[in-house]
Design a binder for this molecule. Structure first.
Ligand SMILES: Nc1ncnc2c1ncn2[C@@H]1O[C@H](COP(=O)(O)OP(=O)(O)O)[C@@H](O)[C@H]1O
Ligand SMILES: [Mg+2]
Length: 457
């Protein structure tokens, strides 16, 4: 908004209208006035108006109707209504129709001035937001989601379109293509942004534990369930539940999930009561679900429930235009203090690579190069170092297995170490550890005893 702020005053009471015009002119506003809603609409068609102050009860169209029509004509213009009597009904009606605010006649000058001032501020803020959104479009990013390729821009547009809906989304793409980022962007650009975004990885937990994580459990539902626990469906109420790696979910749980999505209510494990679910589901997978369906590993009916809005992220090698902006973003994300640039050669080299591990591998390469490079900028040598070290990005679990094989660990040794690690992470809680390991608690005790005996001998 530049220069004078323009106010349109609408009232069929000539005396009051003149008085208000004087009041706001004196306060420094540019003021226009109209004796009816029809005349006001004509003015609004002709002139830029920053806010409207209108009476509700007028001959012809009412102030409420004016709000409705102005919303179509100039949706960005806030309207403050003046209701003649302290009628709650018309006040509620006014707000419902989309009025920005209302004041009750008779009112002190200050009340009217303040209401308009606030409406103008609101308008200025909206304008600023719109400007920022446009600026963001120009820098080719949407929140944390970065990209310049046609494919990414289509995803931006899609995300913008779907973030306010509640429909389920299924994000597909190779590992490292940005499925997590897209899921978060959908959530944080939507009406649910202020509510929780709760991610859960369906690969990381054994079926039973995943089930009670999702749906909760009642006290005593299973051994070790000492206290009732709310599930993620409940904790995410009003927000978004992100089911990552949904392709790895086992068939029995798929069935239970489907039922929750169909009925719109959850029942905690071992419980008899159900609670209504108000959660948006975003699922992601790097698997080919069509193939999994053919092979009977994924329920087709669940697929259709989840795939209401499909978002498919192409691999990075199919959108090399995204590499330079991603590199820039990763540089500033990982630079310790001063952002170090990438040389022109190095950028060309980066853009030409295949990046099987997609953006995640690119990010790791940049992070490593930042550590390794000694000059003022990152050169090809700093980046090539990743090959010399022979650590192209692979699945961390695979890397672990590879290093286990490198040190020729026996199966028993690997098992023992894994059990130790899980015990350490669960803080020595055998019930939890057994659940993570997918074995029962007695087996865990027996193993501990066996190892103690072995260590003695
Ligand atoms: N379009 C993107 N914009 C910004 N960062 C991205 C983008 N795609 C991937 N990344 C980054 O790359 C890494 C891997 O992305 P992630 O969303 O975890 O991939 P996925 O879930 O598909 O395996 C993360 O650190 C993420 O921030
Ligand atoms: Mg992921």
């Amino acid at each position: 908004m530049s220069g004078t702020r323009e106010l349109l005053i609408v009232d069929d009471d000539e005396v009051l209208r003149r008085m208000l015009c004087d009041l706001f002119e004196e306060a420094g506003y540019g003021v226009r006035d109209a004796p009816s809603a029809e005349a006001a609409l004509a003015q609004a068609r002709e002139h830029e108006i920053d806010a409207v102050l209108s009476d509700v009860n007028m001959d012809g169209k009412s102030g409420i109707e004016l709000v409705g029509e102005l919303r179509r004509l100039r949706p960005e213009t806030p309207v403050v209504l003046m209701t003649a009597f302290a009628s709650v009904r018309s006040a509620v009606e006014a707000m419902r129709a989309g009025a920005h605010d209302y004041i009750t006649k008779p009112f002190e000058n200050e009340v009217a001035l303040l209401a308009i001032e606030r409406a103008m501020e609101h308008r200025a803020l909206e304008e600023e937001n719109r400007r920022l959104r446009l600026a963001v479009d120009r820098t080719r990013a949407m929140g944390d989601l970065i990209g310049e390729s046609a494919a990414m821009r289509e995803i931006f547009a899609l995300v913008r379109k779907i973030s306010h809906s509640r429909a389920s989304v299924l994000i597909t793409g190779e590992s490292g293509t940005g499925k997590d980022v897209v899921a978060r962007t959908i959530h944080f650009h939507g009406a649910r942004a202020a509510k929780p975004f709760l991610p859960i990885n369906c690969t990381a937990l054994p079926e039973g534990l995943l089930e009670s994580e999702l749906f909760g459990h009642v006290r005593g539902a299973f051994t070790g369930a000492h206290a009732a626990k709310r599930g993620l469906f409940e904790k995410a109420t009003g927000g978004t539940l992100f089911l990552d790696e949904i392709g790895d979910m086992g068939l029995p749980l798929q069935g239970k999930l489907l039922r929750v999505l169909q009925d719109g209510e959850v029942r905690p494990v071992g419980g008899t009561h159900t609670t209504k679910v108000d959660v948006r589901i975003i699922a992601a997978t790097n698997r080919d679900l069509a193939e999994a369906i053919d092979e009977g590993r994924f329920r087709e009916d669940l697929f259709y429930r989840l795939n209401v809005i499909p978002v498919s992220i192409p691999p990075l090698r199919e959108r090399p235009e995204d590499i330079p902006p991603l590199v820039e973003a990763f540089l500033s994300k990982h630079a310790a203090d001063r952002v170090k640039p990438v040389s022109e050669d190095a950028m060309a080299w980066l853009t030409a690579q295949t990046w099987r591990g997609n953006a995640r591998e690119l990010e790791n390469a940049i992070e490593r190069a930042l550590v390794l490079s000694e000059g003022d900028e990152i050169g090809i040598e700093d980046l090539r170092a990743r090959d010399a070290r022979g650590t192209p990005e692979v699945d961390p679990a695979e890397r672990l297995l590879a290093s286990a094989a490198d040190s020729s660990l026996s199966l028993a040794q690997l098992e023992d170490r894994y059990i130790d690690e899980v015990m350490r992470r669960t803080g020595g809680n055998k019930v939890q550890a057994a659940a993570v390991l997918g074995i029962d608690r007695k087996t865990l005790y027996r193993r501990a005893e066996r190892r103690a005996r072995e260590q003695e001998s």
